[in-house]
Design a protein around this ligand. Sequence first.
Ligand SMILES: [Zn+2]
Ligand SMILES: [Zn+2]
Length: 388
Amino acid sequence: MQTGDNDPFELEAMTALRRDLHAHPELGFEEVRTSGIVADLLAEAGIEVHRGLGKTGVVGTLKVGDGTRSIGLRADMDALAMPELADRPYASGTPNTMHACGHDGHTVMLLAAARHLARTRNFSGTVHFIFQPAEEGRGGARAMVEDGLFRQFPMDAAYGLHNMPGLATDEMAVVAGPQLASSDSWEVSFTGVGTHGAKPHLGRDAVTAAGQFLMAIHTIVARRVDPLQPAVVSACAIAGGDFNALNVIPDTVRIGGTARAYTPEVRDQLEAEIGQLARGVAATFGISVDYHFKRRIPPVVNHPDATRRALAAAQAVTGNPVMTDFPPSTAGDDFAFFGAEVPGAYVWLGNGPAVDGALHHNSRYDFNDDAILTGARYWTTLVEQELR
Ligand SMILES: [Zn+2]
Ligand SMILES: [Zn+2]
């Protein structure tokens, strides 16, 4: 790649690369092509590269001067298992795989920043460029942490960024405190005694118990959680019986769902309350119950000090007032695992208006290439301000 004074971030090449990644999306832990390109472009710029952390993760390390502070910047690389329905020249060429969350853009913005910093070297300290696999529910961040990310690459703070439709591409939002909710899943299986549908008194009815339970779980947020604390409990799957046997009351009904919160306390409470209700309903109906609560990802909570530093960089870059009151989202992001180890800040970068109403995870969504420059400048400015 070539760069010059008039194109310090290699924008033309980076835009082409963004579209190339969009055309070749890869699912979590399968980002072989993507991480190969990332590693090669980091190495070509003279950045020390560590491949294969968390299976397909890549860490690039750039140490300049004698500064002792060290920070990590994170981009996610994975796509989603869904078809792309938009007609664009660089539409996904892989069936049922699509960059519908803009991680193709995240990868390219951090890559552009890394290569720029390797050329300009206008800081003193160590920066780790963390290219994470499998953000979309497959546990990439946890895999990198378990593989020794913080042991091999000690850092004082970690930063994340996500594109956000509805904000302009030169607009950013940086907010202290909770950004994204914890995202956990739960499963309840009621097991009674199956019987003839005409003779319910001869069995123990798990279907009716499941109905009671489904209504009752909505009292958890309404009646048990502090009204000033956001929380969500949703049942999202139910299975039991057979539509070819509508005279049979089945033994077992399975229900599964999600639970979301912004604090560890409310998260613990949701786990306890769903279980208590399930056991209570089972006891009422004289049936047994099996309950599992699976902790997937903790909430993303921005640390005050890291947020202050992120805000200063965002203000310097955009020239626009940075939004500091952007509302938190009940979605999740496993950047939370990095923010749990060191002070972290996760910020929003505008993706322009939602084209055709397409938002994240929509089959027509696309990262906006106009945001590449703002994102790359945010990363380089953050490094130059933090590591003086
Ligand atoms: Zn996503
Ligand atoms: Zn995403």
